[in-house]
Write a protein that binds this ligand. Sequence first.
Ligand code: TRP
Length: 470
Amino acid sequence: MDGQRGNWSSNMGLILAATGSAIGLGNLWKFPFITWENGGGAFVLVYLICIAAVGLPIMMAELLIGRKTQKSAVGALKDAAGPMWGIVGAWGVLCGFILLSYYTVIAGWSLFYFSKSFGWMVSGFPSGMAMGDLFGEQSSNGALQLGLSFGFSIATVSVVYLGVQKGIERIARTFLPVLGVILVLLLFSALRMSGSGEALVFIFQPNFNELEPVAILEALGHSFFTLSLGMGCMVTYGSYISKTQSVVKASATIVLLDTLIALIATVIMFSVIFSVPGMEEQVGGSTVGMLFISLPELFFTEVPLGRFLGPLFYVLVALAALTSTISLLEVVTSYVIDEHGLARQKATLMCGGTVFIFTILAAISFGAVSGVSNLVVPGAIGETLFGGKIGWFSMADHFVSNWMLPTGGFAVTIAAGWFMTREDTMNELVDGTQPSWFRYGAWRFFIRFVAPTAIAAIIIAVMIFGVDFS
Ligand code: TRP
């Protein structure tokens, strides 16, 4: 299959595509919310430490495994660490499959809010509209949900169908700059609002009294999700790097950009929220609350030029989500291409179609079909693996965030730190030069000791104490 494997056209191609994968709903939807829930500054600081001490080393590990083996998740882990490690790769492929099935549904909501806010931009915001009700109506409307997520799936499949350079890289090259421009526009507008000072203090001034110990694990868990780690996604993207491209520079850039965007998104959202009296109490409830209930209205009632920025914001969410769904489908597709010898086009349609069957389950699990919305796995297994969650969407999210990503990430640290030899990994990271401790030893120390210990703490917290990070 060698001749058929794609390659990024340059280091920039990899960086853009991987950054596109990393930046997604995790940055715009989850990070602001958990920062809010965990009291701001101290949590942000802990998160930054987790990103640097655990996220960055694992990013390097995944990319280097891909670059070394030039294979997607299953084949790469087998080649790098031994035949049994194929199971870890397969676990990752399964994780990508499940994650994609429900991620697409939230991505679909951004399309809904884009079309709504575009309508309001043209014909004015309907005063007195209850945004909570609007959210409930759209999410429980089965036909609408199926339509939205089908549209999003088609977009995802089309890009992956076109391949590494013509599809994935080209979309990232076009969309990431657009995303950056929209975000900067929003940031300027938000910083001019009255609440921006308070927002900046909340986000950047650590107050450790607010921080509960379990928040540390939550920050760590989120660093996997936001960097697309723990399921072979970066292994797969790394397998398209040519041997002349640097894993270290790419990893550092991806991690920095992802973190920057998460922080900017948080500054934007909190500036808006702190500018509106009484909003702080209302936002509380849930992750969806902030992005899809509070913000849509605030764009039209509070934000300077919000009429125009509102629709743009939801375009931003949709684009960010699309570059992430692409990476998820690519993990599954490239596995089928590499291990089962299918042509890309056929593999993409097959994988995209199969995932969509589960997307249907997720799409109708918000009240549209009661049997699916009320689905539970009873007993101890349901409680342990799914946290007693109700409905496919919540169950899948729980299982992926609490079990699949941490165990997958843990396995990658062991593969790269303990099963691959020093020479193996050193060759990929420093390309034959004799490295100083800082250039190689530091990474090896973090991947062998720091990262696995930290992740083990997550797994123990989930297993023994039933902590929920989803
Ligand atoms: N990182 C993306 C986000 O923040 C989601 C994502 C894409 C992902 N690919 C992944 C998460 C692989 C885990 C693993 O929204």
